[in-house]
Write a protein that binds this ligand. Structure first.
Ligand code: AMP
Length: 245
């Protein structure tokens, strides 16, 4: 199987070749076509399986395939200039991303941003920004003012920004819950539910989790609609119970 056979946009294939992704991993092979189709996804997979590309690539493909509309970033800059010319106070519009990736930790969020930047290297007008606990507020305000297409966030800090009116999700198209089992273990369930409730019901949702237990099943029930289920057997899982000679 190749990335070309999965139907990915040529500019994304070019970027993958640059970073030496020669062929899709098993989780990518199954998740990418369903993701491109716009289906909700429930994926049982672990770190190291290539799960980041499994959700980023179909999303970038979909964004790359619609013609770029005159961005409202420009409109905002024009508004800012007009306001300055009149000596008025500049009002920041809340960021309204197309895609949101919720992930449990700061480290994972930064890795996802890096991967997204790698995969979208040849796509114009694309910005991925991380919203993280521990990052100075003014810096985050600056990033949000650029109205990035993709936000990667840990749930707690994101809620702060939603409450202060800096982000709205009425134009969100794709929501990813990455390492959902870890986010629930860390006690983020209420935050996640609040965030999901603020997004449009028409969104595409992809949930990734190493384990699928009852709590995950309940979250799935309330957030995914008729999902495609992708389960990848992990090397070593059975081997570890087998004595080798
Ligand atoms: P992840 O499970 O998303 O954390 O990815 C694990 C590692 O595999 C990362 O270093 C990725 O850059 C790398 N990776 C993901 N997909 C591929 C691929 N198709 N070919 C080569 N490396 C990959």
């Amino acid at each position: 199987m190749t990335f070309e056979a999965l139907g990915l946009h040529p500019l994304i294939q070019k970027a993958l070749a640059d970073i030496h992704y020669d062929k899709p991993t098993p989780v990518q092979e199954k998740a990418i076509p369903a993701g491109i189709e716009g289906k909700d996804l429930l994926v049982s997979s672990q770190t190291g399986s290539g799960k980041t590309a499994a959700f980023m690539l179909p999303a970038l493909h979909r964004f790359a395939s619609v013609p770029f509309e005159k961005s409202d970033k420009k409109t905002f800059n024009q508004k800012r200039q007009a306001a300055r010319a009149k000596g008025e106070k500049v009002r920041y519009e809340p960021a309204h991303p197309k895609m949101l990736v919720l992930t449990p930790t700061r480290e994972l969020a930064m890795q996802i941003v890096q991967s997204s930047e790698d995969y979208s290297a040849y796509l114009k007008h694309f910005r991925t920004v991380a919203i993280l606990g521990g990052m100075p507020y003014p810096k985050q305000m600056q990033l949000l003012a650029k109205n990035p297409e993709i936000l990667v966030a840990t749930p707690g800090r994101l809620i702060d920004h939603m409450h202060s009116g800096k982000i709205r999700f009425d134009q969100l198209e794709i929501l990813v819950l990455d390492e959902a089992d870890r986010m629930l273990d860390m006690g983020f369930i209420d935050d996640i539910e609040t965030i999901i409730a603020a997004t449009p019901e028409t969104r595409q949702t992809m949930l990734f989790s190493a384990t699928i237990d009852r709590q995950i099943a309940e979250t799935v029930e309330s957030s995914l609609s008729d999902p495609a289920f992708v389960e990848i057997a992990h090397r070593g899982e059975t081997a570890s119970t087998v004595e080798q000679h």
